[in-house]
Design a protein around this ligand. Structure first.
Ligand code: FE2
Length: 205
């Protein structure tokens, strides 16, 4: 199983998920322009079965339509964010749902706080694609219309912190001092993971 991190635009990350020797692939968050992801799909000779959107914001979803015209994938998003995606979603997702891409298993983890329907993707107990829920060293904005500091604090503490340390965190933006890290290290160094109370968390500038 391979997860490729693809820089898209200035600082967005798209992710291509596929298995060696199999044709089926999923693209997570095509971004504003999917040119880099489309080139990788072409180079690898893959068929795109799914686009998975971690949340509805346009910098993650605007290229859904152009990719769909080329590959006819199903577009998947959490049921709370799907109606806000331009062009909509074909399949809505819920917390705990399992997707299979070839022999790759993807578990949907609902992590609201940046948006109401934000999700993280746990891929084969190896990778955690965190969208705009968790960045390296930080978390996504909670001051936008769908955001909530209290809800983000719960998502980080009740969902993300309970996951195993060996996971590789693959965020939705290249905002940190490195493009990815282990979850175990982020638990030790990230200010949003270290905050020990809601008051402290919501006071982080
Ligand atoms: Fe976002």
């Amino acid at each position: 199983m391979t997860v490729e991190q693809i820089l898209t635009g200035r600082d967005n990350f798209s992710y291509l998920i596929y298995s060696e020797g199999e044709k089926e692939a999923a693209l997570v968050d095509p971004g504003f322009s999917a040119a880099g992801s489309l080139k990788r799909l072409s180079d690898l000779g893959l068929d795109l079965s799914y686009i998975i959107n971690t949340h509805h914001h346009a910098d993650h979803t605007a290229a859904n339509d152009s990719v769909k015209k080329l590959f006819s994938p199903q577009i998947l998003a959490h049921e709370l964010d799907a109606p806000k995606i331009k062009g909509g979603a074909d399949v809505t997702l819920q917390d705990g749902q399992i997707l299979n891409i070839g022999d790759v298993e993807i578990k949907i983890i609902h992590t609201p706080g940046h948006t109401r329907g934000g999700i993280c993707l746990l891929v084969d107990d190896k990778f955690l694609l965190t969208g705009d829920t968790l960045f390296i060293g930080d978390c996504g904005r909670v001051d936008l219309p769908d955001g909530s500091c209290e809800v983000m604090y719960a998502s980080i503490n009740d969902k993300i912190k309970t996951l195993p340390d060996h996971l590789i965190v693959y965020p939705g933006h290249d905002y940190g001092d490195k493009p990815f890290d282990t979850l175990g290290n982020q638990k030790m160094v990230s200010k949003v993971m270290l905050a020990s109370s809601l008051e402290e968390f919501c006071g982080i500038p």
